[in-house]
Every structure is written in structure tokens, then in C-alpha cells.
Write a protein that binds this ligand. Structure first.
Ligand SMILES: Nc1ncnc2c1ncn2[C@@H]1O[C@H](COP(=O)(O)OP(=O)(O)O)[C@@H](O)[C@H]1O
Ligand SMILES: [Mg+2]
Length: 220
């Protein structure tokens, strides 16, 4: 990918782990914290959840939404992403490790892998982690970050998730807990930054946004 646009890809082959949730809240939060950045969301999921979410919004998030990979395999993905007028594009992927995920990983500067706290969730993330490591083996300038999501600190699984993930690779400092605000913001078509400013969810996403921006070495 060119030097000008930074690409963040949210990837995990399991459905329901929080890809769309993280893509939308992160993009809108980055826009709020770094208003000078042109932030875009590229929706590569044929279900178009992210597009519907932000297009239903009452408030203008300032994040432009683009549908990409209309051919499902994403053969034009590079052209589609390059033609977006943005400094930073967050790509939301469908639940699959298929051609589209491979391509999105190929063009990503940073790959985010959401992981839930159940044993099945952790096991499911292994394939995504393997793909990230393979991609970084070929291009060491790429980075990936595991994101503990839907964590319940009052459960042993929730408390131990970070220890398990630390053995696999870099884990975000931010832990995203199981919070209704994350889900409720969808119904209002807005990100957590507008839905619940100052809330614990807002703090978590804010911390993740700061971390991601630092990892990308963006000139702000
Ligand atoms: N941290 C969280 N707290 C509460 N609900 C969450 C959280 N993350 C995701 N969800 C909910 O879980 C469901 C699946 O999330 P979603 O982002 O659509 O997953 P994916 O895009 O990986 O399929 C949605 O209903 C979403 O609102
Ligand atoms: Mg999704």
C-alpha cells in the first residue's frame, strides 16, 4: 500500500467476536480524538453491518463509509482502498479466512484480532494469529494486535484471557469488557464516542484508539 493511506484491518474468521463493533467504535473514536485525520471505514462484509450502522446514525460521525469487495473475493480491493480519500482506513471483514481476508491482511499496516474470553473463542483466534504471523514473516513492517473483547472481569476466564494471549503475540493494553453500551450504540447508528461519552466503554475505546495511532506512526 502507498505511504499516504494507513490501513487497519479487523480480522477473525469467527462471527460474533466483535469485528464490526471494534471497527465502528474505533474509527469514530479516532476521528473524535484526532479530528485532523481523515478517517474512513471500508466495509468488506457482504452483510454490510458497519455500513447500515453508520448510515442509520442521527449524528454525523465524520467517518466516511465505503463498500468494498463487492465481488466477495476482493480482487479489486487494492484499487478500492487506494481510491478512498483518507489518511486512515479501517477495514471490517466478514467472518472467514478466505480470499478477501488474505487480501485485506496483505494490504494492512496493522491487523486487529478481537478475541473473546471463552475457551472456544480463544481456540478460534489461533488461525487468525497464524495468518498474522505469516504475513509479518513476509513483511516485517506489518503489525498485529490481539484485542480482548467481551471480557467479564468477574469470571476466571475473563481474568486469565490476557495471560493466554500474551503467549501468542502483542495484546492491546485496552481490555474491552462486556458492556451493553457497545451493543446499544448500534441501535442509534453512532459510535460509543457520541453514544456514551465519558463512560467506561468510551475510556476503553479511547485507550485502544491512542494505542493504535501510536503503532501506526501517523504524522498528526
Ligand atoms: N464488548 C462488547 N460488549 C457487549 N456486546 C458486544 C461487545 N462486542 C460485541 N458485542 C456484541 O456482540 C455481537 C457480535 O458483535 P459483532 O461486532 O457484530 O461481531 P462480528 O463483526 O465479529 O461478527 C453484537 O451484537 C455486538 O453488539
Ligand atoms: Mg461483523
Amino acid at each position: 500500500m502507498g505511504d499516504t493511506i494507513k490501513i487497519i484491518t479487523v480480522m477473525q474468521q469467527k462471527g460474533g467476536v466483535g469485528k464490526t463493533t471494534i471497527a465502528v467504535h474505533l474509527a469514530t473514536q479516532i476521528k473524535e480524538l484526532f479530528p485532523k485525520l481523515k478517517v474512513a471505514l471500508a466495509d468488506a462484509d457482504p452483510q454490510k453491518s458497519a455500513t447500515v450502522w453508520l448510515n442509520n446514525g442521527a449524528a454525523d460521525s465524520g467517518v466516511s463509509v465505503h463498500q468494498v469487495a463487492s465481488d466477495v473475493e476482493g480482487k479489486r480491493l487494492m484499487d478500492e482502498l487506494s481510491s478512498i480519500d483518507a489518511d486512515l482506513v479501517v477495514v471490517d471483514l466478514p467472518p472467514a479466512i478466505a480470499a478477501i481476508s488474505m487480501r485485506a491482511v496483505l494490504y494492512a499496516d496493522l491487523i486487529l484480532v478481537p478475541v473473546g474470553a471463552s475457551a472456544l473463542d480463544i481456540e478460534a483466534a489461533r488461525h487468525a494469529v497464524d495468518l498474522c504471523k505469516e504475513a509479518i514473516g513476509l513483511d516485517p513492517s506489518k503489525k498485529f494486535l490481539l484485542i480482548p473483547n467481551r471480557v467479564q472481569m468477574n469470571t476466571a476466564a475473563g481474568r486469565e484471557l490476557r495471560d493466554v494471549l500474551d503467549k501468542w503475540g502483542p495484546v492491546s493494553k485496552a481490555t474491552l469488557c462486556l458492556r451493553v453500551a457497545y451493543a446499544d450504540a448500534v441501535m442509534h447508528g453512532i459510535g460509543i464516542n457520541s453514544f456514551a461519552p465519558g463512560s467506561p466503554a468510551y475510556q476503553e475505546i479511547g485507550q485502544l484508539a491512542e494505542e493504535v495511532i501510536q503503532m501506526l506512526d501517523l504524522r498528526l
